[in-house]
Design a protein around this ligand. Structure first.
Ligand code: HEC
Length: 299
């Protein structure tokens, strides 16, 4: 009896604990703002993202047909969801918690803001504050491009971003650059995202043990994060800065599925003999049947 009450009490305490957990957002994330203004086009793009990534749990906004999880995923139109600052929404989408997945690697930064703009579409009182670019000239230059250079002394890759303004090429400052190394499947982020300085430069620490191809070549890809301001700015470069690594071709050693010349002779002979034996038996049976029918027609 006591055991039963104790169990009930324990369950109550645990569920209270779970439902009472506040989702704390760090101060520097709380105040983050979208770099672009929310509009019908961002809401429309956000709606598509929402339908394929969020609707299965959060339901149709305003309809309160959310899936019954613990804790319950709030309806995007609800006061609970709308009480978040834009930065808090972005933080929670990036982090995830419990059954709420992290969208850090599934959605691009711009897509996160698009889906947030869609969520805000269900709040009539919402007034957007756009991020002010206090440092840098992000977005004020055209035809931006990235050039990658290798600094061997410090084992770093420097990305220099420039753009066109009044027909002169100028450095782009305050732009977020991400550097990747191409792998068989997907890309590997090198170092962290960095912002360009007043000279348009950002330096990335390159790992000393990153495997390259047999000559040490690594394919690098650098891109600007803020696609909304720049469009897609991306550069690719092959540099011999990795550790030369020999990767055996997949068919070098004998395997069940690879080339004929590597078949062991005994296997080949056994196979041929079995097939020949089977055919010989079939032919023998046919000949016997003929013999029977001949003998039958004689009598
Ligand atoms: C697998 C189900 C699932 C999916 C998919 C999902 N969520 Fe959630 N979401 C949850 C759950 C459960 C919670 C409550 C988490 C908690 O409080 O610990 C939550 C919480 C949130 C919160 C925090 C709300 C608050 O209380 O402040 C936001 C914002 C959010 N989700 C947005 C989204 C968006 C946008 C998407 C799609 C890009 C999405 N979620 C996809 C299940 C999901």
């Amino acid at each position: 009896m006591i055991k039963k009450y104790f169990t009930i009490l324990l369950i109550l305490l645990i569920s209270l604990h779970v439902s009472a957990q506040v989702w704390v957002v760090p101060a520097e994330n709380e105040g983050k703002k979208s770099p672009f203004a929310f509009s019908d086009s961002t809401r429309k793009a956000g709606a598509d993202i929402y339908v394929s990534n969020c609707k299965s749990c959060h339901g149709d906004p305003g309809k309160n047909n959310v899936i019954q999880l613990v804790p319950i995923p709030p309806d995007p139109a609800s006061a609970k969801m709308q009480a978040n600052s834009d930065g808090a929404l972005q933080y929670k989408l990036i982090q995830g918690r419990g059954t709420m997945p992290s969208f850090k690697n599934t959605l691009a930064p711009t897509d996160l803001w698009r889906v947030i703009s869609y969520i805000r579409g269900f709040n009539e009182k919402y007034v957007q504050e756009i991020a002010k670019n206090t440092t840098g000239n992000v977005g004020s230059l055209q035809n931006s491009q990235i050039v990658l250079t290798w600094i061997s002394e410090s084992h770093q890759i420097q990305a220099t971003v420039s753009g066109l303004k009044d027909k002169t090429i100028q450095p782009v400052s305050g732009a977020e650059v991400k550097l990747f190394a191409q792998r068989y499947f997907g890309n590997l982020l090198i170092d962290e995202a960095r912002n360009t300085d007043a000279h348009g430069a950002a330096a990335f620490n390159f790992p000393i043990d990153l495997p390259g191809d047999s000559a040490g070549f690594v394919k690098l890809i650098a891109r600007l994060s803020n696609e909304e301001a720049f469009g897609e700015v991306k550069t690719e470069s092959n540099m011999s800065i990795g550790v030369p690594t020999y990767r055996a071709p997949l068919n070098e050693q004998r395997a069940m599925w690879n080339v004929l010349e590597k078949t062991p002779i005994w296997l080949m002979l056994a196979y041929i003999l079995t097939v020949l034996g089977a055919w010989a038996f079939i032919v023998y049976v046919i000949l016997q049947i003929r013999a029977i029918s001949k003998a039958g027609s004689k009598t």
